[in-house]
Structure formats: C-alpha cells, structure tokens
Design a protein around this ligand. Structure first.
Ligand SMILES: NC(=O)c1ccc[n+]([C@@H]2O[C@H](COP(=O)([O-])OP(=O)(O)OC[C@H]3O[C@@H](n4cnc5c(N)ncnc54)[C@H](O)[C@@H]3O)[C@@H](O)[C@H]2O)c1
Length: 288
C-alpha cells in the first residue's frame, strides 16, 4: 500500500469518496498538487484559480483519470468572485468538506522600493483572499452537521516574519498565521466540527517566483531594483535546486495533517534555527 493510500485508509471523514475539496490557486504548484492528492484519495475537487484556462487543463487531466474535478475562474481578492465560487461548488457538488485557501503572490524589493500598489496587491490576494474564503465558506461549513476542515496557506516567511525583499509577502503571511490561530481557537471554543490548519511551506519548486503574471493591470507593473531581481533569481534557483521541496511532498504532508487534525503544517525543517532565534529573542525580552 502506498503512503497516499495508507493515508486514505485511515481517512478522517473529511476526505475520500463522497467528499468535496475546494482549492484556490489550483492551476499551479502547491494548489495543483493538493488537487491531485485529494482526487487520489477519492474526493471530488474544485480547482479555483485566476488562470481559469490552466485550471481547466488540470481539471480535464484529472477527469480523464476518472476524478470528479471542476475548474472555476476565481479572483480571490474579489469577494463577489469567491462568493460565486461557493455557489458554483454547492450547485455542482452540494457540499464542501475541505477548503484550502491557497492562492498567493509575492513582490520582490526592499520595503523602501515597494509601492503602495505592491502592498495592496500582495495583501489583496494573500490576506484578503483568505478572509474572503472564510467569509463565503464558513457559513456553509457551519450549516453542515458533518466535520470539515480549513487549510490556510501561509509560509515559513510568516513564521520568520522579517524577510528582506519580501516585506509585504512576509507581513501578509504573518497575518494568515494569526487569522488561522484565531479561527482554530474560536472553532474549538464554540465546539464547531471544523478543523483548522496553517500550511507553512518553504522553498518549493513552483511558479511563485513568477507571481507578477497574475498582477492586475490597474495596480501597475512591478519595478524591481537590480538587487531585488538578483535576490529573486537566487531564491528561485534555491527553490528548484536540490534543497527545494516538491509540491507533491507539501500536498502529501497537508493531507496527513488534515487526517491527523494537526494545526501546524511545516513540510521542511531548514528554517527551524531562524524561527527559534526569533522566538528566543522575544522570550528573552520579557521582564524577569
Ligand atoms: N513555493 C514556495 O516555496 C512557497 C513557500 C511558502 C508559501 N508558498 C505559498 O503557497 C501558495 C501556492 O503558491 P505556489 O508556490 O504554488 O505558487 P504558484 O505561482 O505556482 O501557484 C499560485 C497560484 O495562485 C493563483 N493566483 C494568483 N493570484 C490569484 C488570485 N487573485 N485569485 C486566484 N488565484 C490566484 C495563480 O494563478 C497560481 O495558479 C501561495 O500562497 C504561496 O505564497 C509557496
């Protein structure tokens, strides 16, 4: 039995045959791998992405392998678009068992060179995208009497917090960690059968380093300094090199966490010393 089949065998009711997973940012990278992992254990999947054509190409490939897969063109920064996603999902599948608020983007510049529109775009997608997902889907999950699960994709950047050249990204991902922690506490306090996880990947071989492909024209083009572009290329080569993780690994780790009801999903160990140093410094600053 494969690792994936083993995970399915012990399945918590939220994934498997007859269950429905909604994944934003599913046309590429981690979202695409999540969609593949959900259908591999028998769930139906809704692939939501700004790039509707690529989402449809992935969905078509999954359908050819016998999966129930629906592609929906969605801009997570637009609450009406996410509300439509929820409606289309219910119209087609009648329920939602797992929501992965996964779509995300980044700019690359020192804070002094990030424009207000850079900040707006990154927060509109990374933070407001998660908030819109919760606003549209929490009422559905609460209305179902069955267990469900929400996975918000943050980043190791949200735990390291201070990350040169990706200030808006790190700040938005820190917000996603915080939103997830609050949601987890509130669901527990009110006895809601809604599990919550926050996914904090690092260095995964995806197209996140080419995020600008989905930037709205109205927010202008990104204008990186030479230093920032050099850093972007250096990070990109790290993601695709031997130290980089694969989207499939991140997705597998995520499904296991859903099954186990784990809050923190940290697929890679590399940045542990940085996170430790951050919290050690903060703890040492408490008055004796
Ligand atoms: N790749 C990494 O190393 C890494 C590390 C930490 C966190 N993450 C996070 O993982 C998530 C997935 O990113 P990825 O690495 O797979 O990158 P990716 O660029 O391969 O995939 C992101 C997807 O999000 C979609 N998207 C962008 N803006 C959108 C919008 N407004 N509405 C709907 N969809 C939109 C894109 O079209 C794309 O298909 C992101 O939240 C990212 O921040 C990635």
């Amino acid at each position: 039995m494969s690792e994936r089949e083993g995970a399915a065998e012990s399945a918590h009711a939220v994934i498997g045959a007859g269950r429905v997973a909604v994944v934003t940012g599913a046309a590429s990278g981690i979202g695409c791998a999540l969609a593949e992992a959900f259908v591999a254990v028998g769930s139906a999947v809704v692939l939501a992405d700004l790039d509707g054509r690529e989402a449809e190409a992935v969905a078509e490939r999954l359908r050819l392998n016998g999966a129930a897969a629906l592609a929906v063109t969605v801009d997570v920064s637009d609450p009406a678009s996410v509300e439509r996603l929820a409606k289309v999902t219910l119209d087609r599948f009648g329920r939602v068992d797992v929501l992965c608020n996964n779509a995300g983007v980044s700019t690359f510049n020192l804070i002094q060179d990030q424009t207000l529109d850079d900040w707006r775009w990154v927060f509109n997608v990374n933070m407001w995208g998660v908030v819109h997902g919760l606003a549209s889907f929490l009422p559905i999950l609460r209305g179902q009497s069955t267990p469900s699960h929400i996975v918000n994709t943050a980043s190791m950047g949200g735990l390291m917090s201070g990350v040169p050249f990706i200030g808006p990204y790190a700040a938005s991902k820190t917000a996603v960690v915080s939103i997830s922690e609050t949601l987890r506490q509130e669901c527990a306090a009110y006895g809601l059968p809604i599990g919550v996880s926050v996914l904090c990947p690092s260095a995964t071989d995806t197209r996140v380093m080419e995020s600008e492909r989905g930037r709205p024209v109205a927010l202008g083009a990104e204008c990186r300094t030479d230093d920032a572009e050099a850093m972007r290329l250096a990070i990109k080569s790290m993601f695709t090199g031997p130290d980089g993780s694969t989207p499939a690994h991140v997705a597998m780790r995520t499904l296991k966490a859903i099954l186990a009801g784990e809050f923190w999903i940290i697929p890679n160990s590399g940045e542990r010393p940085i996170v430790e140093a951050r919290f050690t410094e903060a703890l040492a600053s408490f008055p004796q």
